[in-house]
Design a protein around this ligand. Sequence first.
Ligand code: ZN
Ligand code: ZN
Length: 106
Amino acid sequence: MDIACPNCGEQEALRGTPRAEVILLYCEKCTHKWKRDLSASCAKCGGVDMQQVPLAILEKGRGTQLSVVGTRPINLCSDCDAETLRVYHANRPNPLLPDDIPTAGL
Ligand SMILES: [Zn+2]
Ligand SMILES: [Zn+2]
Protein backbone atom coordinates (compact mmCIF):
# COMPACT_ATOMS: atom_id res chain seq x y z
CA MET A 1 0.00 0.00 0.00
CA ASP A 2 1.43 3.33 -1.07
CA ILE A 3 0.64 6.07 1.39
CA ALA A 4 2.39 9.40 1.15
CA CYS A 5 1.98 12.63 3.05
CA PRO A 6 -0.10 14.92 0.84
CA ASN A 7 1.84 17.86 2.24
CA CYS A 8 5.50 16.84 1.80
CA GLY A 9 5.38 13.44 0.07
CA GLU A 10 7.04 11.55 2.96
CA GLN A 11 6.26 7.83 2.80
CA GLU A 12 8.27 6.32 5.67
CA ALA A 13 7.83 8.41 8.80
CA LEU A 14 4.08 8.08 8.97
CA ARG A 15 1.95 6.93 11.83
CA GLY A 16 -1.63 5.79 11.41
CA THR A 17 -4.53 5.33 13.75
CA PRO A 18 -7.39 3.29 12.34
CA ARG A 19 -10.76 4.70 13.41
CA ALA A 20 -13.63 2.75 11.92
CA GLU A 21 -13.66 3.56 8.22
CA VAL A 22 -11.05 6.30 8.47
CA ILE A 23 -7.35 6.17 9.32
CA LEU A 24 -5.89 9.25 10.94
CA LEU A 25 -2.35 9.70 9.63
CA TYR A 26 0.44 11.79 11.02
CA CYS A 27 3.66 12.74 9.21
CA GLU A 28 6.61 12.89 11.58
CA LYS A 29 8.60 14.89 9.06
CA CYS A 30 6.40 17.94 8.63
CA THR A 31 3.79 17.25 11.37
CA HIS A 32 1.02 17.32 8.77
CA LYS A 33 -2.13 15.40 9.81
CA TRP A 34 -4.75 14.04 7.49
CA LYS A 35 -7.41 11.41 7.21
CA ARG A 36 -7.45 8.49 4.87
CA ASP A 37 -10.95 7.37 4.02
CA LEU A 38 -10.85 3.58 3.77
CA SER A 39 -14.25 3.39 2.16
CA ALA A 40 -12.87 5.26 -0.84
CA SER A 41 -9.73 3.19 -1.39
CA CYS A 42 -9.10 -0.43 -2.28
CA ALA A 43 -8.16 -2.72 0.62
CA LYS A 44 -6.24 -4.98 -1.76
CA CYS A 45 -4.16 -2.62 -3.88
CA GLY A 46 -4.62 0.72 -2.08
CA GLY A 47 -5.88 2.31 -5.26
CA VAL A 48 -8.40 5.11 -5.07
CA ASP A 49 -10.06 4.44 -8.41
CA MET A 50 -13.21 3.13 -6.76
CA GLN A 51 -16.73 2.83 -8.09
CA GLN A 52 -19.77 2.72 -5.86
CA VAL A 53 -22.34 0.20 -7.01
CA PRO A 54 -25.59 -0.99 -5.40
CA LEU A 55 -25.42 -4.51 -3.98
CA ALA A 56 -28.71 -6.36 -3.69
CA ILE A 57 -29.93 -7.36 -0.24
CA LEU A 58 -31.60 -10.71 -0.66
CA GLU A 59 -34.22 -12.31 1.52
CA LYS A 60 -35.45 -15.86 1.34
CA GLY A 61 -39.11 -15.99 0.55
CA ARG A 62 -41.22 -19.12 0.43
CA GLY A 63 -39.37 -22.15 -0.82
CA THR A 64 -35.95 -21.42 -2.20
CA GLN A 65 -36.93 -18.23 -4.02
CA LEU A 66 -34.72 -15.26 -3.19
CA SER A 67 -36.14 -11.81 -3.57
CA VAL A 68 -34.36 -8.47 -3.64
CA VAL A 69 -35.58 -6.42 -0.67
CA GLY A 70 -33.22 -3.51 -1.09
CA THR A 71 -29.70 -2.46 -1.96
CA ARG A 72 -26.69 -1.15 -0.11
CA PRO A 73 -23.81 0.73 -1.70
CA ILE A 74 -20.43 -0.99 -1.86
CA ASN A 75 -17.14 0.26 -3.28
CA LEU A 76 -15.38 -1.77 -5.94
CA CYS A 77 -11.86 -1.28 -7.22
CA SER A 78 -11.53 -0.60 -10.94
CA ASP A 79 -8.46 -2.86 -10.99
CA CYS A 80 -9.09 -5.73 -8.53
CA ASP A 81 -12.84 -5.92 -9.10
CA ALA A 82 -12.80 -5.29 -12.84
CA GLU A 83 -14.67 -8.51 -13.60
CA THR A 84 -17.37 -7.82 -10.99
CA LEU A 85 -17.80 -4.30 -12.34
CA ARG A 86 -18.11 -5.68 -15.85
CA VAL A 87 -20.92 -8.00 -14.68
CA TYR A 88 -22.65 -5.10 -12.93
CA HIS A 89 -22.49 -2.79 -15.93
CA ALA A 90 -23.72 -5.57 -18.22
CA ASN A 91 -26.81 -6.08 -16.02
CA ARG A 92 -27.68 -2.48 -15.31
CA PRO A 93 -29.97 -1.09 -14.02
CA ASN A 94 -30.23 -4.23 -11.92
CA PRO A 95 -28.21 -4.17 -8.70
CA LEU A 96 -25.22 -6.44 -8.28
CA LEU A 97 -26.09 -9.78 -6.74
CA PRO A 98 -24.02 -11.12 -3.82
CA ASP A 99 -23.38 -14.25 -5.89
CA ASP A 100 -21.29 -12.15 -8.26
CA ILE A 101 -18.90 -11.16 -5.50
CA PRO A 102 -16.71 -14.02 -4.30
CA THR A 103 -15.43 -11.98 -1.33
CA ALA A 104 -18.81 -10.71 -0.16
CA GLY A 105 -19.18 -13.59 2.30
CA LEU A 106 -22.95 -13.64 2.09
ZN1 ZN B 1 4.73 15.41 5.65
ZN1 ZN C 1 -7.62 -2.70 -5.97
